[in-house]
Design a protein around this ligand. Structure first.
Ligand SMILES: [Zn+2]
Length: 124
């Protein structure tokens, strides 16, 4: 169980991360709008470079969108008081670990065990 002080620290950590991601997502959106506006009058050489840049930006955006979802989940677990409970073994997750990885749902032991299992699986 987290203390009131730890809960506040963790909420600030999550909210800082969330606003950073939202700011970065808005920047990505700006990039998309610029791209559409500048489309007229480009030659094909420019276009392929731009395509590449654009797809990189989209992947980044996708990754960020998933992280935003995870942070929102973490905030709701924080509210309900379950954020420091491991979803696998129900043991408490250490406060230090939560501050380092606030979106985690596993204690260190379970995370390590899961990573070993995942390492045996073929890559995508
Ligand atoms: Zn665990």
């Amino acid at each position: 169980m987290l203390t009131a002080d730890q809960t506040v620290q963790l909420r600030e950590r999550l909210e800082t991360e969330l606003s950073r991601l939202v700011a970065s997502a808005s920047a990505a959106l700006g990039f998309t709008m610029d791209r559409d506006r500048d489309r007229v009058g480009r030659d094909s050489m420019d276009e392929s470079t731009e395509e590449e840049l654009y797809s990189t930006q989209l992947r980044l955006h996708d990754r960020e969108a998933r992280l935003v979802g995870k942070i929102r989940e973490a905030l709701s677990r924080l509210k309900s008081g379950g954020i420091d409970e491991c979803e696998e073994c129900s043991e408490p997750i250490g406060f230090k670990r939560l501050m380092a990885r606030p979106v985690t749902t596993l204690c260190f032991e379970c995370k390590t065990a899961r990573e070993q299992v995942e390492a045996d699986e073929p890559l995508e």
